[in-house]
Design a protein around this ligand. Structure first.
Ligand SMILES: [Cu+2]
Length: 339
């Protein structure tokens, strides 16, 4: 308990305004603007300057009412900002890293089309599908497309990714996303989020745009420069995610890798339930849960008190490289506004 309080104290201190020693302290008044929360990382390391905006919310999408969903994705190569001023030559589904989150229910059909708008072969492998890879996960050439269907049989949260060889390169470059399959009858009400952990392996910047490409040797050595949630280093540390105090939260976590296990943990909380891959009987009262590369897990929790609760991979080298975010429960002093 004492350790947990110490952590919270650190987080609060990291967010508060910096007092000036050479002036008398004024009487209490309206709260001053908080200092940027960018140095908040569970006390381990600075995690970078804030992005200008939280350009991607972590909110889980609502499920479609339709039991047959037409999903069309286009592979596109884009410039993707991993951290302020750090731009990567990303390979994507629909121009974003991770690709769009797909959600459907058990028994629903996905009618999928992949269009290759890039200049090299790509493909699509859905972990939620049970179909022949050699037939459906084959390469799609530039300006070509593939279409196939599958029925989601198993509930959970699943990875999807490009399966074109070398797969480690296509995943390292950004071609992955999450697919949620809701059980029949759905899950109990909760505020829901999707977090996809992944890695970037940076080659030297080149060209007028200072664009980074992938360093293949770093990929083979499993030595990433950045480990991130939802495509950007420390995005939700610089822009904490607002949540209610004491209310049920549900996190759909996918670890796209391609190399690093995610030891997922929320500082200041114990998971009420963890569903491995989102299926079967949950584990209860868990502090940390490993999400394997290529796997997923569903975490149910509540944050007991008003405050700032970092979420991390507890493999702290990776948290220091950017796999850190913060839940802002309620309106803790010094953290309101601006995030
Ligand atoms: Cu690809």
């Amino acid at each position: 308990m004492r350790r947990r309080l110490a952590v919270l104290s650190f987080v609060l201190a990291a967010c508060g305004p910096v007092p000036k020693a050479d002036k008398p302290v004024p009487p209490p008044a309206a709260p001053t603007a908080p200092a940027p929360a960018a140095s908040m990382s569970h006390g381990e390391a600075a995690v970078g300057a804030p992005m200008t905006a939280p350009d991607r919310a972590a909110d889980a999408p609502a499920r479609s009412a339709s039991h047959r969903q037409k999903i069309r994705m286009v592979t596109v190569h884009v410039h993707h900002q991993i951290a302020p001023g750090v731009v990567y030559d990303a390979w994507t589904f629909d121009s974003i890293v991770p690709g769009p989150t797909v959600r459907l229910g058990v028994g629903d059909t996905i009618d999928f089309t992949l269009v290759n708008g890039a200049n090299m072969p790509h493909s699509m492998d859905f972990h939620a599908a049970e179909i022949a890879p050699d037939k459906y996960y084959r390469n799609v050439n530039p300006k070509d497309s593939i279409q196939y269907q599958f029925v989601a049989r198993v509930p959970g949260v699943f990875m999807y990714h490009c399966g074109t060889a070398p797969v480690a390169a296509h995943i390292s470059n950004g071609m992955y996303g999450a697919l949620i399959v809701d059980p029949r009858g759905g899950r109990p009400p909760a505020q829901e989020f999707v977090l996809v952990q992944s890695e970037f392996y940076m080659g030297a910047a080149s060209g007028a745009d200072s664009l980074h490409g992938m360093d293949w040797q770093k990929v083979l050595s499993a030595a990433p420069d950045y480990v991130v949630f939802n495509g950007v280093a420390s995005r939700y540390a610089t822009h904490p995610i607002p949540v209610p105090v004491g209310k049920p939260l549900r996190l759909y976590v996918v670890n796209a890798g391609p190399n690093r296990i995610s030891s997922f943990h929320v500082v200041g909380a114990i998971f009420d339930k963890v569903f491995a891959d989102g299926f079967g009987r949950p584990f209860e009262g868990m502090q940390t849960w490993n999400v394997p590369v290529g796997g997923g897990a569903i975490f149910e929790l509540h944050l007991a008190q008003e405050g700032l609760y970092p979420f991390v991979t507890h493999a702290f080298a990776d948290a220091t490289k950017g796999a850190v975010g913060v839940f802002r429960a309620g309106d803790p002093k010094g953290s309101a506004g601006g995030h």
